[in-house]
Ligand binder design. Structure first.
Ligand SMILES: [Zn+2]
Ligand SMILES: [Zn+2]
Length: 123
């Protein structure tokens, strides 16, 4: 794949966060570095990064597509209230001991995050 300054900017932005942002968030951040970049360009670069395995796409129910720069096997926890996505560590030994090779992992758990459940009790 040809080196692209825009693609590297997209990748750096995604590497700098653990929030699993959607394309619009990434677009806003990339624009701070490259003010003339278009949403279409950011989206195309994300798709390219996904297809070469440098980032992963996280499919979240009732939400726009989210992206993740972390590519080692891990699960996700999605809050049904605020739609935040957090990483859940898998037992690495279990994963690699019981399954010969894990290239991708798409476990998504749904629930209500700590922030949202503590807000609820204050009401
Ligand atoms: Zn929440
Ligand atoms: Zn993740």
């Amino acid at each position: 794949m040809r080196y692209s300054k825009q693609r590297e900017a997209v990748y750096q932005v995604l590497c700098g966060t653990t929030t699993h942002p959607d394309v619009n968030w990434i677009y806003q951040e990339v624009r701070k570095i490259m003010p003339h970049v278009s949403l279409g360009t950011v989206y195309r670069n994300l798709a390219e990064l996904v297809s070469c395995g440098r980032i992963h796409r996280v499919g979240v129910e009732n939400s726009s597509e989210r992206f993740d720069a972390r590519t080692d096997p891990h699960a996700h926890y999605v809050c049904e209230k605020c739609r935040c996505v957090t990483d859940v560590e898998l037992n690495q030994f279990d994963v690699h001991h019981k399954i010969p090779q894990v290239n991708r992992c798409e476990v998504i758990m749904y629930g209500v995050c700590n922030d949202c459940s503590s807000n609820q009790t204050q009401e």
